[in-house]
Design a protein around this ligand. Structure first.
Ligand SMILES: [Zn+2]
Length: 259
């Protein structure tokens, strides 16, 4: 698997609350939920702390164990909880949280996992696109702190990586034969908005990512964000992360290596 990635804080943000980790045969993308002002999270840590610890746990387990992706994520959430159970109230329903997107090659197959709104997009050898998008957050009746708190990690609500390892088993998952895949992309919503908000088709977004690379895709996002900023009621920019995992390039890069 040939992996390229880029992540960038929103131009007006103090810190990047996205995190990306890649290894020889895996890529992980996390998007920490920004804490609403005035909400007591019960946690002395900030969002970058949570996503970096979760990224580290996931990467450690992906490198050293051969668990299913939901089991990997459940153990990682548990591992992070252990790191602040002594200092923080992990029963607090507003405890910091993150989305999770994982792609992992294993032998002849490729596994993916999507928890909350960081989509994974697969393009097969004939150019067909499959978007794995967990849209349960979109189905909430509203986004007040009360509604989000009530519905978080609850059946019929939405699921995120935070203080409940069982959320990992609510993720969208799948396995695809490796030789049928051309490439797989992972995004946080700060980057996938090129398709979700700025009018590109998913196929065009993957094509762009493949042609210009992740950093140029994020540049394009910033440009489009600025262009529509006048009529946009939400925040103009968000932290943005894009990852491209290529499969056909494996054989090409080996055969083109100097003898
Ligand atoms: Zn904490």
């Amino acid at each position: 698997m040939l992996i390229s990635h880029a992540t960038q804080a929103a131009p007006d943000a103090r810190a990047n609350e996205d995190c990306v980790v890649t290894g020889p045969d895996f890529a992980v993308v996390l998007d920490g939920a920004t804490t609403a002002r005035g909400v007591d999270t019960g946690c002395v840590h900030d969002v970058p702390w949570l996503v970096s610890r979760l990224g580290a746990e996931l990467s450690r387990l992906l490198l050293t164990e051969s668990l299913s992706l939901p089991d990997t994520l459940a153990a990682s959430i548990e591992g992070v909880m252990k790191q602040h159970v002594d200092t923080c109230d992990l029963d607090n329903p507003d405890s910091p949280s993150s989305t999770v997107a994982i792609v992992r090659g294993r032998g002849d197959t490729v596994d993916y996992l999507v928890l909350s709104d960081s989509p994974v997009v697969l393009r097969d050898n004939v150019g067909a696109i499959e978007v794995v998008h967990d849209d349960r957050l979109d189905a909430l009746p509203g986004y007040t702190a009360e509604i989000v708190r009530e519905r978080r990690n609850t059946p019929g609500g939405f699921w995120v990586a935070s203080n409940a390892p069982l959320a990992a088993h609510e993720a969208l998952t799948g396995t695809v034969p490796r030789d049928q895949l051309d490439c797989v992309a992972l995004f946080t919503d700060g980057a996938s908005r090129l398709a979700e908000r700025h009018g590109l088709s998913w196929a065009d977004l993957i094509q762009l990512l493949d042609q210009v690379g992740p950093a140029a895709v994020i540049e394009r996002v910033r440009h489009e964000d600025e262009r529509v900023a006048g009529g946009n009621p939400g925040k103009v920019h968000d932290d943005a992360t894009a990852v491209l995992c290529r499969f056909d390039a494996e054989s090409a890069s080996v055969s083109s290596a100097p003898a």
